[in-house]
Design a protein around this ligand. Structure first.
Ligand SMILES: [Zn+2]
Length: 84
């Protein structure tokens, strides 16, 4: 397993222990299964973030991929204007 994968599992297990088995997605707030968990950089590497534990969080693989830059966590992204 890669080093990042090892870190991911470690963070996942730590959060699961703290939150009684539920690991919320950092992006959407819904529970994440371990098989679907990816590591998210809270502050992107491109903005000077690092890979230390305090800058890493768990998110869904799909949320990680689709997260736009500068996303604030747990804010609904469905803000498209209503089509009349
Ligand atoms: Zn998610």
């Amino acid at each position: 397993m890669s080093r990042l994968g090892h870190t991911r599992d470690k963070i996942y297990k730590t959060v699961a222990r703290q939150l009684h088995g539920i690991v919320p997605c950092w992006v959407c707030g819904q529970p994440v299964a371990q098989a679907d968990a990816t590591l998210e950089h809270i502050k992107p590497l491109s903005e000077g973030g690092n890979s230390h534990l305090e800058n890493l969080a768990i998110s869904h693989a799909v949320c990680n991929r689709t997260r736009p830059p500068n996303t604030t966590p747990h804010v609904p992204q469905h803000q498209n204007p209503v089509q009349l």
